[in-house]
Design a protein around this ligand. Structure first.
Ligand SMILES: Cc1cc2nc3c(=O)[nH]c(=O)nc-3n(C[C@H](O)[C@H](O)[C@H](O)COP(=O)(O)OP(=O)(O)OC[C@H]3O[C@@H](n4cnc5c(N)ncnc54)[C@H](O)[C@@H]3O)c2cc1C
Length: 805
């Protein structure tokens, strides 16, 4: 066994084998994999191993496409062919129009990644899958790439190829401890001796938290028991003359694929069980949980109705094994928060289908610092401090129970709520608030107009449309108050903080005390990494503000860039303070009534910051506006938040102060041309592609500058455009394809109705040939080709007169 290597991958399931193989593909060949038992002795060995192309965002579709292409290559390798049934096809069933709409949207989104799904009716479903009945069925989504693979030979093939490139695999090698050294390198302690390395990767499946504990972290991953059975031969399968397509049923929560001449049926029962919450026996290896088919009778009934042939056939064998889940159902693939040179590829619940792609994206991140796609949807830093084992278990159960029922836009399910609140949450609830959830925070979406108001979740504009219109009008004509909790806020101190920020940000950010500026941080490839509001409170303190979910992400990026000789200290205040946004032409009157001092436009112009009191509460006020109206962001310590709120409500009474929420803010930011981090601001695009020219100063030094310069020779890069859609029926949902003459020419990044300009607005990244103002094309919205036109960004008050008023 080597005593030193570049990277040690811990775990020899699909996650570890794929990572090892892809590390060698990305150029790291001095790498090893350690496995406590034999390869595939965790969940991988007993997987149903279906491989699908379906994903709810482009990153997932892209990484699954990579899996499928790789698995085909391995199948066709004459030296070691892997058993892979590719192209059986698969159907996701639907019995509601809302589900069908979702499929239409996912088909539009996948087209942008070169993947063609088909939305088919019930008769066509039955024609393609001869064993199913059409009762209570509207149709489904057809994925022609679906199939299944032999997990053991897949992992062996990946390990074999990695070995041929120089990697080594140590079986029967149990990792017993991890030590990180001052220079950020690691020692991996095993029962066979120590291995020193630069980078460690946790790919330990359901034992993720045993290895996590060795480096002092807890990963929000838990396991559920999950069962399938395999039937005896079914005559209808033999007679069909082709392999059965896969089935996924959100009506009765099962999946099904062909196994030999019978079927394999897997269940997501309501009466589900977590597994291993109190520890896992060290002897649980190549092992299963006891069968328990009684638990799944509810699901079985639905499956029998859909496929009556199942009632005629015996069960050959039953498999019940642990499967891992995270808080939002997507895995954790990327850097481990708060650690250096430590990565994970964990929480995979469809690891056979996705594993090829996850290992690919992870290896790119390890070797190059970033992957070809923006990987935020699988980034381990997307949950912050609240993501503990209890919350993960609650969300895992809920997710398991809804396995094939995707979330509709604005839908937030109840388990594990509320996770993060402020003293105002119950106050807002009493006002009738409808809450959205942002990184665990309960944030007011809007105030319901009546106690029985109910929003129908789906892809069309719905009952909330008029409520948002009311909120926007109130802010535009008078004054509104919104609680915006959870925003990320770091306090920077130390003599070198200004030079540090200047190096991190690609533009020129003010260094004046009392001033606020907006800046963008690039990664080493010159792509957009983060967006920050910088506010200099006094000669000693600077605040760095960013998106609610950015806390761990931005903290890692900043701290990793502080040089050893620099006097810079960063401390998070994210959970200590909350923002109250006061917006509208009367905002100054309200603020003046509760806070001493001169709040006039000359004394406190746009982009200023001042510490003061709001009533009796200490406050940090910034004159910044996401709404496009005169506005103040009032940051209040949580202990005094209620007091500040009461003072503002009282001062606002003569002006009919109106409570508004995130939904109105979203509409208003679209009208102003403002962008959202991880919707419109992505690591797949540089700041020029994103239209951030005025925030880039090439005459100064900054992280990512050399790469950004080099990119300017590339030419012909996708560009972000604003557009208006010719429909008032539905917004353009993120991922929708922009089409011209039947070709995909772009992808929507976000969209919403602009109530002040009465336009259906969206942003999209498009081929540069389609980026000029006035260009027309269609957007595939739920299968309809909706005409759209490129407009100048920010159609509301482009002169910024209202903000500066
Ligand atoms: C019943 C069932 C059906 C499924 N069906 C499908 C399906 O149809 N399609 C699909 O895509 N997915 C399916 N899955 C999920 C899929 O099987 C998993 O996502 C995948 O196998 C997880 O792989 P992994 O490498 O992350 O974990 P594992 O396979 O569990 O591998 C982790 C490895 O780490 C090793 N390890 C742990 N601790 C240590 C240590 N301290 N030192 C060294 N080694 C260690 C373990 O021994 C193990 O080999 C199914 C799962 C179940 C349970």
């Amino acid at each position: 066994m080597k005593s030193r290597t570049k990277a040690v991958v811990i775990g020899g399931g699909i996650a570890g084998c794929s990572t090892l193989y892809h590390l060698t593909q990305e150029g790291w060949t001095d790498v090893v994999l350690v496995e406590r038992d034999e390869l595939t002795s965790g969940t991988t060995w007993h997987s149903a191993a279906q491989v699908t192309n379906f994903g709810m965002n482009q990153t997932m579709v892209g990484l699954k496409t990579h899996s499928i292409n790789l698995y085909q290559e391995l199948r066709d390798d004459p030296d070691y062919p892997v058993q892979y049934n590719h192209g059986d096809g698969g159907i996701r069933l639907a019995n509601s129009e809302a589900q069908m709409d979702g499929y239409r949207h996912f088909a539009s989104m996948a087209r942008g990644m070169g993947v063609e799904f088909e939305v088919i009716d019930a008769e066509e479903c039955a024609r393609r899958h001869p064993l199913i009945s059409t009762g209570n069925l509207l149709g489904g989504l057809w994925d022609g790439n679906d199939g299944d693979i032999d997990p053991a030979s897949l992992c062996q093939a990946l390990a074999r190829r990695a070995r041929r490139s120089g990697a080594e695999v140590y079986r029967q090698t149990d990792v017993t401890g991890l030590t990180q050294h001052k220079d950020d390198t690691w020692t991996v302690h095993t029962n066979k001796g120590d291995i020193d390395c630069d980078v460690v990767v946790n790919a330990c499946g359901y034992r993720v938290n045993e290895v996590g504990a060795m480096m002092g972290v807890h990963h929000p991953v838990t396991s559920m028991e999950h069962q399938y059975f395999v039937t005896d031969e079914i005559p209808g399968v033999v007679e069909a003359g082709h392999r059965m397509p896969l089935l996924r049923c959100p009506i009765s929560d099962y999946y099904c694929r062909q196994e030999k001449n019978g079927l394999l049926l897997g269940f997501y029962e309501q009466d589900c069980k977590t597994w291993g919450m109190d520890g896992i026996s060290p002897d649980f290896s190549n092992d299963l949980c006891p069968d328990d088919l009684d638990r799944v009778t509810d699901v079985l009934e639905g499956a029998f109705e859909r496929m009556p042939a199942l009632m005629e056939v015996g069960i050959k064998n039953i498999v019940n094994g642990p499967i891992t889940y995270t808080i939002d159902g997507a895995p954790l693939v990327g850097p481990i928060p708060g650690k250096r040179n430590a990565f994970c590829i964990i929480g995979l619940r469809a690891g056979l289908g996705e594993g090829g792609g996850h290992g690919w994206l992870l290896a790119q991140q390890i070797v190059h610092g970033e992957a070809c796609y923006d990987t935020w949807v699988i980034d381990p830093r997307r949950f912050t401090g609240h993501a503990n084992v209890e919350l993960t278990a609650l969300k895992a159960i809920e997710d398991y129970q809804n396995e094939f029922r995707f979330h509709f836009p604005h839908e937030h399910r109840p388990a594990g709520r509320p996770a993060k609140t402020t003293p105002l949450t119950p106050v807002m609830a009493a006002e009738g608030a409808e809450f959205t959830v942002v990184n665990g925070w309960e944030r007011v979406d809007y105030i319901r107009p009546s106690a029985d108001f109910h929003e129908t979740h789906g892809f069309w504009f719905n009952e909330a449309f008029d409520v948002v219109a009311r909120d926007v009008k109130a802010v535009q004509n008078g004054v509104g108050l919104a609680e915006v909790n959870g925003f990320n806020r770091f306090e920077l101190t130390g003599a070198d903080r200004q030079t540090f920020l200047d190096r991190m940000i690609c533009g020129r950010v003010t260094s004046k005390v009392g001033k606020v500026g907006l800046g963008y941080l690039l990664n080493d490839h010159g792509m957009v990494k983060a967006e920050a509001t910088i506010a200099h409170l006094d000669a000693d303190r600077t605040w760095y503000g960013s998106a609610a979910a950015a806390e761990f992400h931005d903290m890692d990026w900043l701290t990793q860039h502080v040089r050893k000789d620099e006097d810079v200290h960063i401390r998070s205040l994210t959970n200590d303070q909350t923002i109250l946004v006061l917006a509208g032409p009367k905002a100054r009157d309200v603020l003046t009534a509760v806070s001493r001092g001169d709040w006039s436009a000359t004394a406190f112009p746009w982009l200023s910051v001042r510490e003061c009191f709001v009533g009796i509460a200490p406050a940090t006020v910034m004159s910044v506006s996401f709404s496009g109206e005169l506005a103040y962001e009032i940051h209040i310590p949580n202990a005094q938040l209620y007091a500040a709120y009461l003072a503002l409500r009282a001062a606002g009474q003569p002006h009919d102060l109106h409570l508004f929420g995130a939904r109105a803010i979203e509409s208003m930011r679209m009208e102003k041309g403002y962008l959202h981090w991880k919707a419109d601001l992505l690591t797949e695009f540089d700041p020029f592609q994103t239209g951030l020219h005025r925030f880039v100063k090439m005459d100064k030094e900054f992280v990512g500058k050399a790469a950004l310069l080099a990119r300017q020779d590339l030419g012909n890069q996708m560009k972000l455009v604003s557009m208006v859609l010719d429909t008032d029926k539905m917004p353009a949902h993120p991922g929708a394809s922009v089409m011209c003459d039947g070709q995909v020419v772009g992808t929507v990044s976000s969209g919403d109705w602009g109530h002040r300009v009465a336009m259906n607005l969206a942003y999209a990244y498009v081929d540069p040939a389609f980026a000029a103002e006035g260009t027309t094309f269609d957007v595939d919205c739920l299968g309809q080709m909706v005409p759209a036109r490129v407009i100048a960004a920010g159609p509301y008050d482009p002169a910024m007169a209202r903000v500066r008023a």
